[in-house]
Ligand binder design. Structure first.
Ligand SMILES: Cc1cc2nc3c(=O)[nH]c(=O)nc-3n(C[C@H](O)[C@H](O)[C@H](O)COP(=O)(O)O)c2cc1C
Length: 155
């Protein structure tokens, strides 16, 4: 299965995590990793599976590298039906009212254009005890297993 990791970041944490996930998955899969700001919404492919990693900035906003993507989505209004994705959020519960809203907004954006989310959105809390990769690696493995079933059903 072709997997594309897409990350939205402000200061690089989501990028580092996405690259670590790429290394984890690469033994069994073809895995591409791209910054959302470099990804064209017209390039979504129904035969691929998308793993998104996105932080939250400002007051519950998308981080800087996800904002041009959101604008490009609004301009292109792509039909994402048949596109499958899973999403992991980075945030900090110090921002209790806006905790991890960026990844929530990104998931809503994709769903609003017809994409299907697989599995629950899993979030990391920078003020919590867990390392991001300890949550993200099992999340990625589980999401890829669900996607392998879904995409083979659709083929
Ligand atoms: C100025 C600033 C604003 C932030 N705002 C939020 C927020 O509203 N909600 C949240 O959950 N985390 C917030 N965070 C925490 C970041 O999402 C967290 O540090 C994350 O790991 C950053 O990842 P990145 O380097 O990929 O952008 C904020 C951090 C900073 C420095």
């Amino acid at each position: 299965m072709n997997i594309t990791l897409l990350y939205g970041t402000e200061t690089g944490n989501a990028e580092m995590l996405a690259e670590d996930i790429q290394s984890e998955l690469e033994s069994g899969h073809e895995v591409d990793c791209q910054n959302l700001e470099d990804f064209d919404p017209g390039d979504f492919d129904r035969d691929a599976f998308y793993l998104l990693v996105c932080s939250t900035y400002g007051d519950g906003e998308l981080p800087a590298s996800a904002q041009p993507f959101a604008e490009a989505m609004a301009a292109a209004a792509p039909d994402l039906s048949g596109v499958h994705f899973a999403i992991f959020g980075l945030g900090d519960s110090e921002y209790d009212e806006t905790f991890n809203q960026g990844s929530g907004k990104l998931a809503e954006l994709l769903v609003s254009y017809g994409a299907t989310q697989l599995g629950e959105r899993i979030v990391h809390d920078a003020s919590g005890d867990d390392l991001a990769e300890d949550l993200a690696f099992p999340w990625a493995e589980a999401a890829v297993a669900i996607a392998a079933e879904k995409l083979s059903e659709a083929a």
